[in-house]
Ligand binder design. Structure first.
Ligand code: HSE
Length: 309
């Protein structure tokens, strides 16, 4: 054996109600843990396999073990990036169900990539792992980085490009909290992406550009009213809201409870509200479960990314 290490990567809220495929935020409480053993094997190329998966909160089905798993793909990509022809044997502990809209596949990929790098003696810096994490995520739902980037780097991340990768950590105004609501249904990202229209009217593209720009501006200025006003999604939310029972009423209840903004987390079914304080986030969470059932948890908005476990 060359080395072994374990790592944790947090759940993430992608899109954030205004940046479809380009904004993502790490959250507290949920996440995946990967244990990786690096072994020398006679093979001429790097290989990786998930040998065991446990956990998942008992809600969703577990992803398959084996090589066709986001964790295995990300670990293999790290070995390739480092130039080590070895085998990564992975044990995965899922801290959230797949299909929850909280970046489950991304958390597995990031935890595995981070642990693989550590098991090799950390030849790559954190940011250099991003490409391998995106390679992992690609297996689950295509080449988007709005879950893997915040899961790896923490905080709020803007994904400018995925190929070549170019991401920007955005500042978060102090004191923000989230209420994350988990209805009792499952939505698979692949299906929620397939449901989206293939084309966007020019007027929608203009509105979305303006809202994303004003959201980023509000992150820098700390103007919370502008931040909330900017959280409008005309690209994905109008289609996806119909895939989640009671979502429209739930988002509306969270806004009425004082949230700055509320939307679908990633491809759903989880919903979230961004709030100016923990108390308001609790009000929004209570209001939400009063409408849609399920459960909610609270998270600070500024949460670290992957870490040793
Ligand atoms: N941006 C992606 C989507 C995130 O909305 O499809 C998936 O979690």
């Amino acid at each position: 054996m060359i080395g072994s290490a374990a790592a944790f990567a947090p759940a993430t809220v992608a899109n954030l109600g205004v940046g479809f495929d380009v904004l993502g935020l790490a959250v507290e409480r949920l996440g995946d843990e990967a244990r990786v053993r690096i072994e020398r094997r006679g093979s001429g190329s790097a290989t990786a396999e998930v040998e065991r998966i446990e956990g998942d909160d008992g809600v969703g089905e577990l992803p398959a073990t084996g090589v066709n798993n986001t964790a295995a793909a990300a670990a293999r990509a790290v070995l390739d990036d480092v130039g080590v022809r070895a085998h990564a044997a992975i044990e995965l502990h899922k801290g959230m169900p797949i299909g929850s809209g909280l970046g489950s596949s991304a958390a597995s990929a990031v935890a595995a990539a981070f642990a693989t790098n550590r098991a090799l003696g950390s030849p790559l810096r954190r940011a250099q792992l991003l490409n391998a994490c995106i390679e992992g995520e690609r297996l689950a739902s295509g080449r988007h980085a709005d879950n893997v980037a915040p899961a790896l780097l923490g905080g709020l991340v803007l994904v400018r490009r995925t190929d070549p990768v170019d991401v920007i950590r955005l500042p978060l105004p102090a004191g923000l909290w989230l209420a994350v609501v988990r209805p009792r249904t499952q939505v698979l990202t692949r299906e929620a992406r397939a449901a989206l229209p293939k084309e966007t009217p020019m007027a929608h593209a203009i509105q979305q550009s303006a809202d994303l720009a004003s959201f980023v501006s509000a992150c820098y200025s700390g103007d919370l009213d502008l931040l909330g006003r900017s959280m409008c999604d005309v690209l994905a939310e109008p289609t996806r809201i119909g895939l989640i029972d009671g979502a429209e009423e739930t988002l509306s209840a969270m806004r009425s409870a004082g949230a700055l903004g509320a939307s679908i987390s990633g491809s759903g079914p989880s919903l979230f509200a961004l709030c100016r304080s923990k108390e308001t986030a609790r009000d929004a969470g209570e209001a939400a479960v009063g409408v849609c059932g399920g459960s909610y948890f609270l998270s600070r908005a500024d949460v670290p990314g992957a870490r040793p476990a």
